[in-house]
Design a protein around this ligand. Structure first.
Ligand SMILES: Cc1cc2nc3c(=O)[nH]c(=O)nc-3n(C[C@H](O)[C@H](O)[C@H](O)COP(=O)(O)OP(=O)(O)OC[C@H]3O[C@@H](n4cnc5c(N)ncnc54)[C@H](O)[C@@H]3O)c2cc1C
Length: 398
């Protein structure tokens, strides 16, 4: 099936297959997720279990679960462009409600048949997901500084350390834990699959954050956690390489969701500015209102071109290092632009923009973390600078 985008921008010019996919995802977002935003906000992010089950079943029925994972495992086998089209729609909803759509981190693609059967297949059916634990108290922007260790034992490995900000760690069926395998003087970054109920796994804290999202980001301590050899995923010492592939997709995901957020913000603020009257005129007729909307539209259009380019590069098997740098650019630009758009939207809504029930107010809080997680804006700039140096100016900007 063709996934060519002709030309690569306006949604009404997608090829028929992509357009159908976009509309299917859009209907799911509008009909199933958006009506739950206020309830999610009022409940601090956590919806009742029966509502969560309803979302999962609707998503599965609409064939939106499992995204890029192969169909044989219960995914959709999407190209990156197909994934983009769907995730852009997911980004239109606040309160992270699309997190309830069954899925998993792409590292599980590297699992053994047993790991895939045990963790990936049920996750794509909506029977318990995963969480990724890399960050530590003293190792954030520089994950090379992690001190969690895995020491060989007779039966496998013993893991010790403490992980911070483990998104979905409070609900996950499996934790993907980055630890340094101790091999004499060497430290080999390696990913381990650890079940949260294993002896020695302790949930130390589950702090509140600025957003009201479905899951928490707890602090988890591992004390002499014994796992078997089958807990290693992707091979001993391959943790950093796997993490790079993970970051590329996650960063493009942040950009893609940010584009959906800008789209929704523009829809809502434009409709409001065209109908709201003050001083006998539509507020859209005041340039103080309309020019920020023009700037937001320009931000949204530019960010979309860049993110679409990255998605096409992935599908075209471009050099992964270049894709990595381009994904950083997309994440940097869109995360900063989306937050600017949300701030402008709050201003256009006036006092109503400061109400929790207003989409712009929620996005203003929620989009802020996109400039921090999966590498801060400063770290994205470092990656882009490195690309300028190593891949050259032309490859980096074209
Ligand atoms: C809500 C939330 C969810 C998260 N989920 C996860 C998760 O699921 N799994 C996970 O492993 N982690 C997760 N994180 C952690 C996140 O990836 C880190 O917070 C982020 O990478 C920044 O690390 P830090 O907080 O330690 O800040 P620091 O690294 O201490 O940075 C502090 C400041 O210094 C700047 N800085 C640091 N180094 C440099 C440099 N070399 N050059 C220029 N500036 C620099 C940073 O940009 C930042 O402004 C999450 C964080 C949050 C807030």
């Amino acid at each position: 099936m063709s996934t060519t985008l002709v030309p690569p921008s306006p949604p009404n010019e997608l090829d028929p297959h992509l357009l159908e996919l976009q509309q299917r995802a859009g209907m799911f977002v509008e009909n199933v997720l958006v009506p739950l935003e206020s309830e999610a906000e009022e409940r601090g992010g956590a919806l009742p279990q029966d509502v969560i089950e309803h979302i999962k079943q609707e998503a599965i029925g609409a064939r939106l679960n499992g995204g890029r994972f192969a169909r044989e495992f219960g995914g959709q086998g999407w190209s990156m462009l197909e994934w983009f089209v769907v995730n852009e729609q997911f980004g239109r909803v606040t309160n992270g409600l699309h997190w309830h759509v069954p899925n998993a981190y792409n590292v599980l693609m590297q699992g053994t048949p047993e790991q895939i059967e045990r963790y990936l297949v049920p996750a794509l059916r909506g029977e318990g997901g995963d969480a990724y634990a890399v960050t530590e108290a003293e190792a954030g922007s520089d994950p090379g500084g992690i001190t969690t260790t895995a020491v060989a034992t007779d039966g496998g490995w013993s893991i010790d350390g403490e992980k911070w900000f483990v998104t979905s760690g409070d609900v996950a069926r499996v934790l993907i834990v980055m630890a340094n395998v101790v091999d004499g003087a060497d430290r080999l970054p390696t990913l381990f699959l650890v079940e949260p109920g294993a002896p020695g796994v302790e949930f130390v804290d589950n702090p509140k954050y600025t957003h009201n999202y479905p899951h928490g980001h707890p602090t988890i301590r591992f004390t002499n956690v014994e796992v078997g050899p089958e807990a290693v995923i992707g091979g001993v010492g391959n943790g950093e390489a796997l993490q790079r592939a993970w970051f590329t997709e996650e960063r493009l995901g942040i950009a893609t969701h940010g584009l959906g957020a800008m789209w929704r913000l523009l829809d809502e603020t434009t409709a409001w500015a065209l109908t709201r009257q003050q001083g006998g005129r539509r507020i859209m007729d005041y340039q103080g209102v309309s020019f920020p909307l023009a700037d937001s539209a320009t931000d949204a259009a530019l960010g979309r071109l860049l993110a679409l380019q990255v998605a096409s590069m992935v599908d075209g098997n471009a050099d992964p290092k270049l894709v990595h740098a381009k994904a950083s650019m997309a994440k940097l630009f869109v995360s900063e632009a989306a937050w600017r758009c949300a701030d402008r939207a709050v201003q256009v809504f006036g006092g109503r923009g400061y109400l929790r029930g207003n989409v712009a107010e929620r996005f203003l809080r929620e989009l802020r973390v996109d400039r921090i997680w999966e590498g801060t804006s400063e770290i994205q700039r470092l990656i882009i600078v490195r690309a300028l140096e190593r891949r050259g100016v032309e490859a980096t900007i074209h």
